[in-house]
Design a protein around this ligand. Sequence first.
Ligand SMILES: C[S@@+](CC[C@H](N)C(=O)[O-])C[C@H]1O[C@@H](n2cnc3c(N)ncnc32)[C@H](O)[C@@H]1O
Length: 252
Amino acid sequence: MSAVASEVDRFNRLAAVWWDSRGPMRPLHVVNALRLAYLGELVDTHLAPLGRPLRGLRVLDIGGGAGLLAEPLARAGARVTGIDAAEKNIAAARAHAQSGGLSIDYRAGEPATALRAEERFDLVLLLEVVEHVDDVAGFVATAARHVGPGGMLVASTIDRTAKSFLFAIVGAEYVVRVLPRGTHQWRRFVRPAELAAAAARAGLTQIERRGMRYLPVLHRASWVRDTSVNYIAAFRRPSARAGASDFADTAP
Ligand SMILES: C[S@@+](CC[C@H](N)C(=O)[O-])C[C@H]1O[C@@H](n2cnc3c(N)ncnc32)[C@H](O)[C@@H]1O
């Protein structure tokens, strides 16, 4: 099991304000447009040529909170399953989707308990979640099992560097206070090489990694080359037709 009780409690307490775009989850609301566009690009480049555009795509959003990403993906035609260890987040997600007339398969739990062993998806998301779990390698391995042939896993998190301590903890939680204190613990941050190694052990090849910068005062997000604070990485399970793609560090 990878869930950390204190983390899950903290996220349960945030469920009621999850959809408040000016509340404590504001940074996730701000980065959402950027990461949605990125997912669209990835799908167009790597999945659409295999005849699987976003419409009908099987998406698994692990640790998806109350559905910030699940909803626009479902609206774009993807078949979305969203799981989260915080039950109150799942209740908030269900209520929000229902009020918007969206059909999303939400389940409370972590990957090891909420998914059936045989379930496979085209796109598995681990966004801003691996820095909140125990046993990152085991968590990634469990998630990766659900990536079907030719499918992708996309993970975003924070690198464990001196710079991330300064910006993501001291700056974000104590100086600008864009995040509640205690949101992140530096020792749980994940080095890109650790993430890539965990994915590789699970049979996935890294195809891309890029940095993301969040400007707390302006509440703006953009892509950057520097991956030493926030970053997102995409991995692929080779299909029978396509071999492993080459690795690239990219930022526009
Ligand atoms: C920072 S939020 C990210 C939410 C969403 N992925 C996003 O980026 O908008 C982290 C989420 O991961 C969930 N979580 C933490 N540990 C988990 C685990 N072991 N399994 C599933 N979800 C977990 C938390 O409850 C929380 O909703």
